[in-house]
Design a protein around this ligand. Structure first.
Ligand SMILES: [Zn+2]
Length: 433
């Protein structure tokens, strides 16, 4: 049977790999040192690791083969990695935690055959750990798993075999979440502790928190030309941050400034802890209706303005699942009249900003029909931070995809946004001593 000799991964070009590796180490060093900015999530390497803790491995080839009965994942690394697998329910996933790994795979590596596996994702989960997530189309368990060295010590192959099982057996073995979710572990104390807010300069600046959607293992939407949402949102946020920083009255922070995974809870808590004056989450999702295009500004509402907004929020609120985390949850709401008032005030600020954002973007940026919409987006739920979510456009639309990848277009949109932000803070700026 063809499946079981399916190891046809082409031999690596060792020079290229060595080069990639140097690059990888460089990138990771920059990553670790730059993380000292907004999100400090440093965690020790997994205990079982026999690998030097600072060295990153490069995954240079991967392949998934199989059918509805069985599937095999093969990943080749240039050096030894430690790994740990878990089977997770709701949604059904196989999670493979890896020590620090840089993925340098062909685009078609994530093509999956019609099999028990529905999707194959990989990426960084924090500065020390990486992860592969296989979403299952039907219940399956790990039949066998092994890591072996090939030919010489420089090539290491991970092989994970899956076998289809009935739902009952799957439920018995599968767990709620990955056994050692590095992100959750690293971040939780930080979140619960609610560190003291930063000391502000006496002349208080307005703090704007930009939230580039997705990142790391969570790619977000993908365009037909291969554009990934996580790159669009990051590039745009950087562009906007640069423009806003020209105004000395603003301080700008970002929930991520590189390709790292940040959970929804972390994004929200970051804005709250820093006492942001404005939170803007940036996205470029895809819709089933490929003809729909144009920017949309979303605010929070429980019910949702329309079915498109509702389904987008539902999809987005589940994005942590991609990384193997559980669904995000807010602390139980406190019945407090003050919090209630704050929430109401925040809501009206958010709406006011959303409206002026749409007004400013209308002059030059293509908008969706009814560009002011609302839905139950988790990241917009900070009771005291005016928050909006901006869909710059939709990667499911070819023409939008082209615009979203254009630096010139991004600059223009950022400029329009800057005007709206200036307008939003202007009354308060005038009131400042
Ligand atoms: Zn998105």
């Amino acid at each position: 049977m063809k499946l079981w000799d399916a190891t046809g991964i082409p031999g690596p070009d060792l020079r290229l790999i060595r080069m990639l590796k140097t690059l990888a180490i460089l990138v990771l060093t920059i990553f670790v040192t730059s993380v000292a900015g907004p999100m400090v999530i440093v965690q020790a390497a997994p205990e079982a690791s026999a690998v030097e803790s600072k060295k990153a491995a490069v995954a240079y080839a991967a392949r998934l083969v199989g059918d509805k009965g069985r599937a095999r994942l093969i990943v080749d690394f240039d050096s030894a990695v430690s790994y740990k697998t878990s089977v997770i329910k709701d949604p059904k996933r196989i999670v493979i935690n890896l020590s620090k790994t840089v993925f340098s795979l062909n685009k078609d590596a994530t093509d999956v055959p019609d099999s028990v596996v529905e999707a194959f994702r990989f990426g960084a989960i924090d500065p020390q750990n990486s992860r592969i997530v296989l979403s299952l189309s039907s219940p399956a368990l790990i039949d066998s798993q092994r890591m072996k060295s090939l030919n010489d010590q420089d090539r290491h192959r991970l092989i994970v075999d899956l076998v289809a099982v009935d739902a009952e057996k799957f439920q018995k073995v599968a767990v709620e979440r990955a056994e050692t979710p590095p992100v959750a572990k690293a971040v939780k104390p930080e979140v619960q502790k609610r560190p003291e807010p930063r000391k502000r300069e006496s002349k208080r600046k307005f703090l704007i928190v930009l939230d580039p959607g997705h990142g790391g293992i969570d790619y977000g939407a993908g365009g037909q030309r291969g554009t990934q949402e996580k790159d669009v949102t990051l590039n745009f946020a950087k562009q906007l941050a640069t423009q806003l920083r020209e105004n000395p009255s603003y301080e700008v922070m970002m929930t991520r400034d590189d390709d790292s995974f940040v959970s929804l809870t972390q994004r929200l808590e970051f804005a709250r802890n820093e006492k942001a004056d404005l939170f803007i989450s940036i996205h470029a999702d895809s819709l089933r209706q490929r003809n729909i295009r144009g920017a949309t500004v979303y605010t929070l509402s429980k019910k949702g303005s329309d079915s498109l907004a509702r389904s987008l929020a539902r999809k987005q609120n589940r994005s942590d699942l991609i990384a193997g985390l559980a669904l995000p949850q807010l602390e139980a709401p406190v019945n407090d009249i003050l919090i209630d008032l704050t929430r109401r005030e925040t809501k009206s600020f958010s709406k006011r900003f959303a409206k002026s954002l749409v007004g400013s973007m209308r002059k030059g940026v293509r908008l969706i029909r009814n560009p002011l919409r609302s839905a139950d987006f988790f990241v917009l739920k900070a009771p005291e931070v005016p928050s909006v979510l901006l869909e710059l456009g939709y990667l499911s639309n070819r023409r939008d995809e082209k615009l979203l990848s254009s630096k010139k277009w991004q600059q223009m949109v950022a400029g329009r946004m800057r005007l709206a932000i200036d307008g939003f803070f202007a009354p308060r700026m005038a009131a400042k001593p």
